[in-house]
Design a protein around this ligand. Structure first.
Ligand code: ZN
Length: 150
């Protein structure tokens, strides 16, 4: 295992323990929505709640509740740390980038500058069965954000 792989494993492990954003925050804004996703392959389950600002164009908070493997829980924690403060455009771009990296089967190098801790999931893309684990919270957040913006 390379040093980078080891570092990335550590980031995932830390986040799966820290679980930033765990516990659904009560809705402050009228632009709040929740989405539930289930990954039958692994048994991961997650509820993500996204609140946007009053204008509906910036992520104010992203909280979640879930049960699953360390990859799915860590990726929810990372997302919860990254998303608040992002404009809807930035958020959509980040989710797209993360998805692209995960679907690349190890072909796309992780872009730490734009993905931050989420770049640690680059190695997951080599394991097709785990891609859904890493993507689960992000899909739920994407859906919740779309609904919250209405
Ligand atoms: Zn999983």
């Amino acid at each position: 295992m390379s040093d980078l792989d080891q570092l990335y494993q550590q980031v995932i492990l830390d986040h799966s323990r820290r679980r930033t954003g765990e516990g659904l925050e009560s809705a402050g804004s009228r632009h709040t929505a929740e989405n539930h996703q289930y990954n039958p392959t692994c048994g991961d389950e997650i509820n993500v709640r996204v609140s946007l600002d009053e204008a509906g164009d910036r992520v104010e908070s992203l909280t979640w509740e879930g049960d699953g493997c360390s990859i799915s829980m860590a990726s929810a924690s990372v997302l919860s740390e990254m998303a608040p403060g992002m404009s809807m455009g930035e958020f959509a771009t980040t989710v797209d980038q993360f998805r692209e990296m995960l679907r690349s089967r190890g072909q796309i190098e992780s872009d730490e500058e734009s993905l931050g801790d989420a770049a640690a999931f680059a190695g997951v893309s080599k394991f097709v069965a785990r891609v859904k684990c890493a993507m689960l919270a992000w899909v739920a957040a994407e859906e919740a954000a779309k609904e919250a913006a209405l």
